[in-house]
Structures are given as structure tokens and as C-alpha cells.
Design a protein around this ligand. Sequence first.
Ligand code: ATP
Ligand code: MG
Length: 511
Amino acid sequence: MSETGKVEESPTEWLQGEGWLRTPPHGVRLGGAGVGTVADGHAANPGGLYDRLYAGAAAAGPRAEVLDGARLRARRRVVAELGPALQADDVAQGELSRRVQAVVDAALRDEKVVLSGPESAQVARSVLDDVLGFGPIDRFLRDPTVSEIMVNGPSRVYVERHGRIVPTRVSFDDEAHLRHVAARLVGEAGRHVDESSPMVDARLSDGSRVNAIYPPLAVGGPFVTVRKFAPEAYTVADLVAMGTLTPQVAAFLEACVAGRANIVIAGGASTGKTTLLNVLSSFVDQDERIITIEDAKELQLRQPHVVALEARPVNSEGKGEVTIRDLLRNALRMRPDRIIIGECRSGETLDMLQAMNTGHDGSLTTVHANGPRDTLSRLETMTLMAGYDLPVKAVREQMASALDLVVHLARTRSGERYVAAVAEVGGMEGEVVVLQDVYTRTSPAPAPGGVPGGLRPTGTRPRLAERLAHRGVVVEPWLFEPSAQGEHPPAHGEVPAAGLWAAGANARWWP
Ligand SMILES: Nc1ncnc2c1ncn2[C@@H]1O[C@H](COP(=O)(O)OP(=O)(O)OP(=O)(O)O)[C@@H](O)[C@H]1O
Ligand SMILES: [Mg+2]
């Protein structure tokens, strides 16, 4: 089986710190003893789709079976003895975990097979995770080295660590167990997911973003994706140190933000668009009134005067939706100095372009696109999604006059994110919007595992520089000189303090 082979190629990844684990990931239990019910009483689904998908998988090892049995019995006893207390709001969490621990200890003492100290601790931990936390993925939610958790059905859990997706050994008992945990996750955000609303986006109290999608939409699912909130947001110095951009590009972008250029950050899924948007937002002056508009709040701005707006999906009766577009219109009445839209996905693009064209300069947003030229086509398509029968040429003229810069991000196979190009949006030439590359990557594809380099000025001085100068922001010529420092990311010792970038307009940039 190729899936199995893939996991086994990197045994150390899934052996490290994954706690009690009954079987390798291919050891899916196919119904049978011990998989009857889970804590919420849902029936298991032996012979269900995921069982059929993974039928033929190897059986669990004998010791793993013992631990599994002990865990299920302990969990049943906890549910039977503590029942309603597990859901009650008036029992303190500390008190509850003490009570759960006591019942688990008693259950383990009654086990016929003697468990070693570490085995008992593993079983106790997983029961605590199950009844008080988020089951097998609880450990990843606590693990600061994990940035994303991807659950592809009950028996396939992947995590992203240091930018790389790796399979894990953990699995859920069955589909019902996974549904229970998914419901608990989205329930924490006051949302619910079930057959009647099978897709849900939610934000946990710690800021992490959760998406859950259920069968039949999710074939072999449920699928759950958690983008964990990074408590320490990346700074520009971090991005330079990681090779995402060069000091030259960082200094240029800071000048553009300080000089109120309208910037679109483009890239594929998970290429670091939101992260770069956050970093660019840090260049906005402390005195400005910033309004952020997002589907689910991810931006972490440090300025004192920030107003965050968050869209709302339809409720179960199909009502109550508040879109990014509605919020943008509202934001225009809130006297913004800057509007930052987390992501343009649809008709709000038209309103954004209009806002940019009517005095709300310095707006920032992100778009899913595969390059600067593709960004313009995406924006054009999304503008037409606003539902007005606008001539394409009129839309392009709007884009040409509204937008100043496209920053395109990409990701290597080994997980590094990097700025692939920075292009200036010029005027119109005939029916076409002019794009002028300011920085491009000149080297071939980055070596696997290597830091992507080769981001160099094309030698063209952007016309934007004149406008920035009029606004009092000095853009020094070396930023556009191909021979200047900045081709390769500097070594750690050479990275200047973030304060250099934070110095604001008219600062002497780098070095
Ligand atoms: N420059 C970077 N270097 C390394 N890792 C990064 C970088 N930028 C972002 N990441 C990591 O990549 C993941 C995705 O980042 P982010 O949310 O910014 O991407 P995105 O393009 O906005 O994704 P989406 O398409 O889901 O909106 C996060 O875990 C983040 O910590
Ligand atoms: Mg994003």
C-alpha cells in the first residue's frame, strides 16, 4: 500500500512524542470488539466507507490491543460515573481533571493485565484528552512546533511541523469518535457541524482557525483542518532571516506601506500571504486608524488604534450572513485611515478597488493567485462577481488606477515560503494593464531544503518611487540596483533589528 509505505519512510516523525499509540497508522481497526461506542454514545460504523477504504490494513499488535482495551474501559467508566459533570459549567477544570484522573486510576487498578507506569500514564493522558480535550489531536494543539493539523478521516492525521507536512501515528477510534471531537472543536466557537450544515469555519478561543467538513461532501471523512494560531507573530526580521524576502525588498515594501501604496499579496494556499500581510501592516504608522476586515480574525496588529471586523456565515435557517463586502461598506463609514482586507474572494473586490480609487489609499489585501499577471485576472474575475454588468475594459481601468503593487509568494516542496516576485501595476496599454517587475527570482527553482535565494531587482526604478517621494518617503536608489546587497538572505548575525524597519517614513533604510 502506497499510503503505508509513505508513513513508514519517516518512522522517527511519528514516533516522537505521540504518546500512547496502539498501532502504526495503517493498523486501522475494522469494527470489531471495543469499537462499539464512544463517550457521546454514537454507534460506531463498522463496514462504513472509511473501513472499506482502508480494508486490508494490518491488524493491531497485541500490546496495543491491551492498551486500547484499557483506555476504552476507563473512558466508559469515566462517562458512566461522572456523566453530566463532564459538561457542567460550574465545575472548575482543575477539579474535573482531578475527578477524571481518580476514576481512570481506579479503572486501571481493576485491569486484569498489569500495565507499566508509562503505559498507565499514556492511557490516563489519552482518556483525559478524550473526555476533557480534543482526543488524539489534543497533543498537537498543545505542541508549539505544530502549525497545522489535518485530519483526513478517523485513521489519517497529518501535521505540519517546520513548514513540512508529516504523517502521524495517531488515529481516532472510529468515525463517531472523530465527529465527537469535531463537534467539540467547532462547538467551542459557538458553531455546530452536522449533516444539515456539513461545512463549518470556526475560530477557537486561542485564535486558531478550524474547518470541518462532513460526509457525504467529505468522501471518507469527516475532514478537519486546524490552522494553529502562532502566539509570536513573525516580524520582518524573521522573514528576512528565513529567506522569505531580502533586506532590499523588505525596505522597499516598508517604504510602499509608509507611502500609502495599495498592495495586493498574492500566492497559492498556505504560501504565507496572511503572515506577510501582518508584517506589512506593522509598517503602518501608530497614529493611523486601521480597520481590518476578515472572514476569521487572523491578523495580529500591534498598533493601538485598530478596529477588527469579522464576517459571519449564514445560520442554520439560512439567515444572518454578513459578508466581507457588507463589512467593507460599513468600514467606509467608520473614518478609516487604512483598510486591511484579510482576503479578497469575491465581489468585495469591486468595492475595494473603488475605495482605493476614492481616497482610501494604503489599503492592503491578499488574493489566491499563481503570479502577478494571474493576480490581475483573478481580481478582474472577482470584480465581475459583484454582479454588475461592467465592461471588462472599465474593470481593468479601475485596477490600473487603484493598484500599485503585487507581491507574489510561493512555497518550496520542503516548506519554505518566499517572495517570488514584486511587480508594479502601471497604467493601461490598449486593453491590457501594464505590469512591471521590480524584483524577480533569477535563480532556478531552489534546492530541496535550501533557502530560496536569487530574489533580485530587475534594475527598473518603479514609477511609484516618485509618488512616494512626493509623500515624503525617501526611496533610495540602491534598493533597485541589481548589484546591491540583498541577492542572498543574510546570515543570522547580519539581520538588522526589527526596529530599523519600524523606524517609519524617512528612516534611512538598510544598511
Ligand atoms: N515566511 C514564512 N516562512 C515560513 N513559514 C511561514 C512563512 N509565512 C507563513 N508561514 C507559515 O505557513 C503557514 C501558512 O501561513 P499563512 O496563514 O500566512 O498562509 P496563507 O497563504 O495566508 O494561507 P491561506 O491560503 O490558508 O490563507 C503558517 O503555519 C505560517 O506559520
Ligand atoms: Mg491566509
